[in-house]
Design a binder for this molecule. Structure first.
Ligand SMILES: Cc1cc2nc3c(=O)[nH]c(=O)nc-3n(C[C@H](O)[C@H](O)[C@H](O)COP(=O)(O)OP(=O)(O)OC[C@H]3O[C@@H](n4cnc5c(N)ncnc54)[C@H](O)[C@@H]3O)c2cc1C
Length: 421
């Protein structure tokens, strides 16, 4: 049960040791593998059985990173707060696409574990915890072909509009639910996943709020997959559609019904937004470090470019932005993972700030590389592409900002910051 207990992190020394271990994995495994996968023209090759992606999953699971957020009592690493932030920043410093693929792989299993459902635990969660091969891979399936942004605004009037409801419907039938519909090509790990945390509609007349969260093994009759998505950045993060044609699950595998759907979606989004903030702090740091190093090598006008004062100014601004990202994302992760009353608006603030800032830092880094920044021979153009995707991923900056604005306006909580206090 407590295989990974020795890795449980609490003290500053343990945090430092975790950081060093994860950094080594990120540098030696994630970064080179992500670069290799990024170069593959056909996304089907990324997930083929002999793809290096499979070795990444095997190594990550061997180190226990797939159960990073699960409690030590059931065999997880028990990383919460600072430990969780350090893990995500370091993994994403190496390669954010692979870091997110590993993070989302645990999603349905963590949700099932948290539900306390004994059958799901014995049948799926425990084998996942014990998986050393990386053969059980989860996904979070919420986006639909006709519903992206409007799935992610719980608590707003728009979410309760009875004329707008989801496309994947679960119908109660005796002891079962029968599920039909389609999830969009944007589901991370979509064509690779063996299990899904499926966010679906159980009461269409309640609009997007009439939802549920089901644990669904993706080998059930009636499940099929689309082809892997070809995209601009984060190319090692597999994505693709999942189709459900009268897929039958026991009623007990519906983890959340409409009564609690909004609350649980809030919780999910708080976790996701805080995690994205930590991840893109890692990407911003990677871009800054690349630019710093390059500026010490490249000679122009008889001196290294870091000797030019304007380059120095740009480097210092990048440094400041990375530090600001880390401060805000750490505050959001630590508060939201250790508090009984998580704050979605603080998580959104961290996500929108860190992804936008990361994009700016990646763009500045590319500029410091000059023409070489555009070349595939240098890693910085990949960081730029990876950063660009983050402004849409898990909610666009505009829509998340509107959801955050709605929350602060309806709470009238000026001057009070539980996250910073
Ligand atoms: C790299 C990546 C990973 C992802 N991973 C997952 C995953 O694991 N699981 C999953 O289910 N989904 C995932 N997604 C999907 C992601 O959450 C959606 O792409 C996102 O929510 C936006 O939805 P959309 O693409 O349908 O855009 P749309 O919702 O169609 O938005 C299009 C444009 O309209 C704007 N807009 C929409 N509504 C409003 C409004 N009310 N007011 C103002 N402007 C508005 C948006 O800001 C945007 O500019 C991922 C996406 C990316 C890019």
């Amino acid at each position: 049960m407590d295989t990974y207990r020795e890795l449980y992190v609490e003290s500053p020394r343990e945090i430092e040791s975790l950081k060093q271990n994860v950094h080594r994995f990120a540098k030696e495994v994630l970064r080179p593998t992500s670069a290799e996968l990024d170069r593959l023209a056909d996304p089907r090759d990324v997930i083929s059985l002999d793809s290096p992606l499979r070795r990444v999953f095997k190594s990550a699971y061997g180190l226990g990173y797939h159960v990073a957020n699960m409690p030590t009592e059931i065999g997880g690493l028990g990383l919460r707060g600072l430990g969780a932030h350090v893990l995500l920043e370091e993994l994403s410093w190496g390669a954010v696409d692979l870091a997110l693929s590993i993070l989302v792989a645990s999603f349905p299993f963590s949700a099932a574990a948290a539900s306390g459902n004994v059958e799901l635990y014995q049948k799926f969660v425990k084998p996942f915890i014990d998986d050393r091969e990386g053969s059980m891979i989860g996904c979070w399936a919420i986006t639909e072909p006709q519903h992206g942004s409007d799935e992610l605004v719980p608590g707003t009037p728009q979410f309760h509009n009875s004329r707008v409801s989801g496309q994947v419907i679960a119908r109660a039938d005796g002891d079962s639910y029968v599920i039909s519909g389609q999830k969009a090509a944007w589901v991370s790990n979509g064509t690779l996943a063996t299990h899904a945390a499926l966010y679906l509609t159980t009461e269409p007349r309640s609009g997007m709020a009439g939802g549920g969260i089901a644990f669904v093994p993706l080998n059930l009759p009636g499940v099929s997959k689309g082809k892997p998505l070809n995209k601009l950045g984060q190319r090692a993060l597999n994505q693709g559609e999942i189709f459900f044609d009268n897929v039958r699950i026991p009623r007990t595998w519906m983890l959340t019904g409409p009564d609690n759907y909004e609350r649980e979606l809030n919780r999910t989004l708080t976790f996701a937004n805080s995690s994205m903030a930590a991840a893109f702090t890692g990407v911003a740091r990677a871009a800054y470090e690349e630019a710093l190093e390059y500026s010490k090598q490249r000679v122009q006008g008889g001196k290294t470019i870091c000797e030019h004062q304007l380059v120095q100014k740009h480097l210092f601004e990048m440094f400041t932005k990375v530090e600001a990202c880390r401060a805000l994302s750490r505050a959001a992760v630590i508060y939201n993972q250790t508090s009984a009353t998580p704050s979605l608006e603080h998580a959104i603030a961290a996500k929108t700030f860190c992804t936008q800032t990361c994009f700016e830092v990646a763009s500045d880094a590319l500029q410091i590389f000059g023409g070489n920044g555009l070349s595939k021979e240098y890693g910085v153009e990949k960081l730029f592409r990876d950063a660009r995707a983050s402004l849409i991923e898990d909610g666009t900056t505009d829509v998340l900002s509107l959801a955050g604005a709605y929350r602060i306006l309806s709470q009238n909580a000026a001057g009070h910051s539980p996250v910073a206090d």
